[in-house]
Design a protein around this ligand. Structure first.
Ligand SMILES: Nc1ncnc2c1ncn2[C@@H]1O[C@H](COP(=O)(O)OP(=O)(O)O)[C@@H](O)[C@H]1O
Ligand SMILES: N[C@@H](CCC(=O)OP(=O)(O)O)C(=O)O
Length: 373
């Protein structure tokens, strides 16, 4: 099943608390070593991997010698701050054994809801991937509360999948995948091999967390798959204990539950832009730039832009108009209208001397653009 293989893909792998900490006993170095080995193999085969890891609270509780999970959010936040140290320490050791450098990235949903911070996070993650660094993401638990309450790292995994436009979200958990009811409660539960992400039937099958350490349960994974599908990504839910699970998925083996995305990436992105984003202005292109965008050649650079209309900010959606006034494309712009007026018609090399800084070399990156013509 070639389309299910992870080969050459950009993949977000999410690992849950009970896996990472052996059900709360503390960081499971053996599993971390195993995932690092598999991720090293994936990257050597051309995959780009982003890891979303839970486990900070569970590890923090162990370090603080707390037997019972506290109810107070600020205590959980304190535990997360302590435990995050243990997590990144373990990942650093595990990845270094395979010659890989990793990076800690702490994000909140609010970071990704703000268009400017969204673009900043995306640029950082792309830079890290470009340097063959494995980003290891967790919630910034010190400053958020709802995520701790709801165990929303599954959602964070999906948001990161949308952010980096990954092909696949792999959610590793303590079950071999999704059953038609919670297998801890129903020994006759039937295994679901494949379904379409977003099918409402899935939400009826999924229950809450099964262990005292995990928080979201299957329902947050099903909703994460639905969200990941919005950018055209498929989701696999599989066991993190399955030997060589990531490498086997890369080779196209059917492991766990496969939730396919109903729309391809480009169609999904077009729909998302059409549904969610309001035009805030327009860039006026010269004939050469309009032609290049129509032929889907690269990003839009300031040299091909003669001016702009509207009062947009970095991260807003703008239309790209040909000299005849036809909308050729639309996308997320990297500079404000004020800045565009200064750098229009200029080569990229001049941006820094004109503005005093360089946010991005292009006005709209190809990945943030939908060509309409
Ligand atoms: N339909 C279902 N299929 C499989 N597992 C389910 C289902 N409904 C609820 N669960 C529970 O979800 C748990 C996994 O979620 P969770 O405990 O939050 O783990 P994680 O820490 O990996 O996010 C399983 O151990 C299982 O008991
Ligand atoms: N940020 C929290 C994650 C909470 C969470 O979503 O946990 P899980 O349901 O195990 O993925 C932590 O690191 O403990």
């Amino acid at each position: 099943m070639a389309e299910k293989s992870l080969a050459n893909q950009r993949v977000v792998v999410k690992v849950g608390s009970s896996l990472v900490t052996k059900g709360g006993q503390g960081v499971d170095m053996e599993s971390i070593r195993a995932w690092a080995a598999q991720i090293a193999e994936l990257t050597s085969q051309g995959c780009e991997v982003v890891l979303v890891s839970s486990g900070a609270i569970a590890e923090g509780m162990k370090r603080l010698k707390w037997a019972k999970r506290p109810k107070e959010i600020h205590e959980l936040q304190a535990a997360a701050a302590v435990g995050q140290m243990g997590l990144v320490h373990a990942y650093e050791i595990g990845f270094a054994e395979h010659g890989l450098v990793c990076a800690q990235v702490l994000l909140t949903h609010a970071d990704l809801a703000d268009r400017e911070r969204y673009l900043n996070a995306r640029s950082t993650l792309y830079s890290l991937l470009g340097h063959k660094v494995v980003p290891i993401i967790n919630e910034n638990d010190t400053v958020v509360t709802d995520e701790i309450r709801f165990g929303d790292n599954d959602t964070l995994g999906a948001l990161v999948t949308n952010l980096v436009e990954a092909d696949t979200l792999v959610i590793l958990t303590d079950q071999v995948g999704l059953y038609d009811s919670d297998p801890r409660k129903n020994p006759d539960a039937k295994f679901i091999h494949e379904e379409t992400a977003g099918n409402p039937i899935l939400e009826k099958m999924a229950g809450g967390a099964g262990s005292s350490v995990g928080t979201g349960g299957m329902i947050t994974k099903i909703l994460a798959a639905k969200r990941a599908a919005r950018s055209g990504a498929a989701t696999v839910i599989a066991s993190g204990h399955e030997p060589n699970v990531l490498v086997r998925l890369m080779k196209g083996e059917s492991v766990g539950t496969y939730l396919k995305a109903p729309l391809g990436r480009l169609a999904a992105r077009k729909q998302w832009m059409a549904d969610h984003l309001k035009l805030k202005g327009s860039l006026l292109l010269d004939a050469g730039a309009a032609e290049a965008l129509r032929k889907k050649k690269g990003s839009l650079l300031p040299i091909g832009v003669t001016g702009c209309q509207g009062n947009f900010q970095r991260g807003d959606v703008v239309a790209c108009l040909s000299p005849e006034g036809d909308e050729v494309a639309r996308g997320l712009v990297n500079y404000s209208a004020l800045e565009v007026r200064k750098i229009a018609k200029q080569p990229t090399s001049a941006i820094e001397s004109i503005l005093g800084y360089l946010d991005e070399p292009e006005l709209i990156h190809r990945d943030n653009m939908v060509v309409l013509a």
